[in-house]
Every structure is written in C-alpha cells, then in structure tokens.
Design a protein around this ligand. Structure first.
Ligand code: SF4
Ligand code: FES
Length: 342
C-alpha cells in the first residue's frame, strides 16, 4: 500500500498506522505522541497530540476525512494522502491540545526530575503558548506513596495510561490503574499498595512527564549534568535484556534507565534489579557514550557532538578595545598630580 505524508510517499504493509508510516519516513513530519508507545499493546488514542489531516482517504474513496484523525490509531489505506507538519489546521490543533494538556499540569519544570527529557516540555517548546489563558485553579491531588522505588506526582500526570499498560503487560500483578472519572480521574494504587513488581521500574521510563520518577535519583542532578553511557551486564532476571543506559556524574552512576530511541521509547525493558540495585561502575560493562537527537534539551553541549572549530578572530579587536581601556584606566593622558599626595 502506498501512503503519502507531507508529499513524501512510502510503501507500507496493511495494518500500518499513519504514525508508524510517518516514523518510517522520519524527520519533521513525524507527529508528536504522548500516549502511543510502540512496545505497548493497545497504547494510543488518548492524548490527541498526533492529529493529522487526511486530505485523500484512499485510491478507492478519495474523499478527505472531515475531522483531523489521531494518526496513532488510524490505519493507512492504499493511495491515502496525509498532511502533518505542512497543514496549518494540524498546527493549530496541536497548539490547542498542548494548551489543554497544560491546563492542569503544574509549572514544576525547575524542580522536576523529568525536566530536560520531558515529552510535554518538548511539546510545549514547539507548540505551546507563552501565556496561559486559564484562570481557574489547577486540579491537585494529595501526595500518595506507591512504594520504595517510584515517586508518584499525580498533579503532573496527563493520564496517557502507558504505566497501566506496563503493569498489565510486563508484570504479573497490576496493583494500580486509573481511578475515578472526568477531572477526578487519577493514577493510584487505590489502597496505597506498594508497586514492587520486578519490572515496575519501566513505568518510570514510559511516563512521558514527571508523574512517575525514580526515587533513587530524586533531586540528585539535572539530567543535562549527567553523561549517559550505554552499558550492559549479565542479568539473570528472566525477561530482562540487561542492556541499559547509565547516567554518570564523574565516576558515579546516578541513575540507570532503559535505552531509549529517537521517539523516547525504550528499545528493551529492564528489571528493577538492574535499574535500582546496580549503581556501582564495576557492575557494568560500559560500551560508550549514548547519542541523542540533536534537538533534545539534554543534547545541548553534549560531549558526543562534533563541535565546530571556533576561530577566535576577535582577539585582535579585543586587545584593541583593551588598549583603549588600558589608556583610560592608566589615565596616561592625565598627568599625575603629585600635589594631591598628602
Ligand atoms: S503516571 Fe505517567 S505514564 Fe502513568 S498515566 Fe500518568 S502520565 Fe501516563
Ligand atoms: S499519541 Fe496518538 S492520541 Fe496520543
């Protein structure tokens, strides 16, 4: 089947969604996704960030689809034509979705551990409004302890439900989920049960915001001060790949996460033992620096980047300036009045 997105065509298998086709093409036309996660079955269709315009339904039925479609749950049809970044309607819709997501999201970025690798932060950077029109009070929740490893900040949650799918699909005993409805809907263990299943730490990796963070890394460092390295160890936990990214500060491993791809999805899930219990460099075989997409916040000034050579051709001018300064400072033109000396 042939599908065209923003003028670029690609052949895809039946059953491929528009978002998957866009990711195959890559680049700027790939819609943002806050709830879809390719490694989790049934994800997507909740946040509406990935809206696109279908200007031609298919070769058989070329009528455009009247509404913008969620690309993560809309299948491709042969001859389909889609507008993503090229559509002003889509851009407007993404702006509105971002504004909606931010209505209840607190401005915690300065103190949030997720800052620098937060999908909502990136989304707002691209589509956000610098000023909020919202004057009502934000929705807030009482803090809840959900166990020794994971910190829940429900105020930051956007209810993407990825963490629920992790618990359903990776662990053998889900003890949390979305409780209540409407604007009362929240992620909770209901009876403050501890989430301590061996694969529960992956909920931290899939959470697109700072609603679920690593208690062993809390407030230790801003992520951009850490140097991420790919590392692996012989892990004996069944189902764990043992391949991770270790986040170092000097010689200290401050955090261990799954390895994420360019869409911020983990390549393979890891167990809690790798994530929380192995922070000694000797536990790991360090493979080398982890690279990130060039526009991510944590990649600014990253040590893996090839930096352009900086020619300091202003030196002469600086010295020229200094020359003038030197004269002014030394006041050579002003004769020293020895009479001032007492
Ligand atoms: S806690 Fe995170 S992963 Fe879970 S629903 Fe909320 S935003 Fe999504
Ligand atoms: S990513 Fe498609 S609706 Fe959330």
């Amino acid at each position: 089947m042939k599908v065209t997105i923003d003028g670029q065509s690609i052949d895809v298998e039946p059953g491929t969604t528009i978002l998957q086709a866009a990711r195959m093409i890559g680049g700027d036309l790939v819609p943002p996704a806050m709830c879809y996660y390719s490694k989790l079955k049934g994800s997507g269709g909740k946040c509406r960030c990935c809206l696109v315009e279908v200007s031609k339904g298919s070769e058989a039925d070329p009528r455009p689809m009247p509404k913008l479609m969620a690309s993560c749950v809309t299948g491709c049809m042969d001859g389909m034509e889609v507008n993503s970044k090229s559509s002003a309607r889509v851009t407007e819709a993404r702006k509105s979705v971002t504004e909606f997501l931010l209505i209840n999201h607190p401005l915690d970025c300065p103190i949030c551990d997720q800052a620098g690798e937060c999908d909502l932060q990136n989304l707002s950077f691209e589509h956000g409004n610098p000023k909020s029109r919202y004057i009502e009070e934000k929705r807030t929740f009482e803090p809840e302890n959900i166990g020794p490893n994971i910190q829940l900040h429900m105020n930051r949650c956007i209810l993407c439900q990825r963490c629920v799918q992790v618990a359903d699909q990776l662990t053998d005993n889900r003890v949390h989920g979305v409780l209540d409805r409407g604007d009362h809907a929240n992620i909770s263990t209901g009876i403050s049960k501890a989430i301590d299943n061996e694969f529960s730490g992956n909920m931290i990796d899939v959470c697109p915001v700072g609603a679920l963070t690593d208690k062993t890394f809390r407030f230790k460092s801003r992520v951009w001060f850490n140097k991420p390295y790919n590392a692996h160890r012989e892990c004996t936990t069944p189902g764990c790949c043992g391949k991770t990214t270790v986040w170092m500060f000097g010689g200290e491993i401050q955090r261990v996460t799954g390895r994420k791809d360019e869409y911020h999805e983990v390549e393979e899930f890891i167990c809690n033992s790798c994530r929380f219990d192995h922070k000694d460099v000797n536990d790991w075989v360090i493979e080398g620096p982890r690279e990130f997409e060039k526009d991510s916040v944590i990649n600014q000034n990253n040590y893996t980047q090839k930096l352009e050579k900086v020619e300091i051709d202003t030196e002469k001018n600086i010295l020229l300036g200094r020359d003038v300064d030197r004269k002014k400072i030394s006041m050579a033109s002003i004769p020293l009045n020895t009479n001032d000396k007492k």
